[in-house]
Design a protein around this ligand. Structure first.
Ligand code: 6PG
Length: 254
């Protein structure tokens, strides 16, 4: 039985090497999109891991010809410490002086999050056609979630809408997230996964058995047809016994 190809896995012993490799791939995707279609449409990942990557993107993309979206957002205002937009603004949007017109923020402060999700779908699809994204940057949670696609939530069964509001399980709050149709439809997908606490989840979402890949949310994206690269450090990769496509030697550090 042929095993699904699965993602290309890049492991680096040092974070500097990983950031260098991931930034090179994102910047190459940006240059290719702008050359081919005149603009680069990217969805940024949230959480804390991307804080190490985003400064390395500041000078590598023509952000005046890029549309910046967000894979998901917490139900907070843009200045809230929990805001994914705020994290990106501090590490990339402000340092790169990205024009405000090129930044497409979720209206996460809206008390009506369902309306905010519909508004975001309109932003994502305006003046464009599928694939809506050239590149989706994603992280991985210890429970196998990505974006705000959490195990056991209704967002996992959404097959037509591109953006939805979801309950954040066990937290009594809600979030906004792009759905599988939006994320799996991106021309290219890059995951950035670091830290020993992610080793179990990464091994689980990458594992393929005779029954196929796991039902954890990130699995469906990692095993989608089309280019997927998982950039991970040695700690996060420690649970990957056999298939590591490419280990970056320490000597590759910039
Ligand atoms: C979020 C992200 C989420 C994140 C993972 C990993 O809003 O938190 O979209 O999917 O990528 O939870 O988070 P860390 O990078 O903080 O480990």
């Amino acid at each position: 039985m042929s095993v699904p190809a699965g993602p290309h896995i890049v492991v680096a012993a040092r974070l500097a090497d990983l950031v260098h490799a991931a930034a090179a791939q994102v910047c190459a995707a940006g240059s290719a999109a702008i050359a081919a279609r005149g603009r680069f449409r990217i969805a940024l990942a949230g959480g804390s891991t991307p804080r190490s990557l985003y400064p390395a993107l500041v000078h590598g993309v023509d952000w005046t010809r890029s549309d910046i979206f967000f894979g998901d957002e917490r139900a907070v205002g843009p200045g809230d410490p929990q805001s994914n937009y705020r994290m990106a603004r501090e590490t990339l949007l402000d340092p790169a002086a990205v024009p405000a017109a090129r930044i497409f923020r979720w209206r996460a402060e809206d008390p009506d999050l369902d309306a905010a999700a519909r508004d975001y779908e309109t932003k994502l699809t305006a003046s464009s056609e599928p694939p809506w994204l050239d590149l989706a940057l994603l992280g991985l949670g210890v429970d196998g979630h990505t974006a705000s696609l959490f195990p056991g939530t209704t967002a996992l069964t959404e097959e037509s809408r591109l953006a939805v509001a979801v309950d954040f399980p066990g937290r009594g709050t809600r979030r906004l997230t792009l759905t599988y149709p939006a994320l799996c439809g991106a021309r290219e997908i890059c995951f950035l996964v670091t830290g020993p606490e992610k080793a179990t989840a990464l091994a689980a979402v990458l594992r393929v058995t005779h029954g196929g890949f796991s039902t954890l949310p990130a699995s469906r994206i990692m095993h989608r047809p089309g280019p997927v690269t998982v950039f991970c450090d040695a700690d996060a990769a420690s649970g990957l016994p056999e298939r590591v496509d490419r280990a970056l030697p320490e000597s590759q550090a910039p």
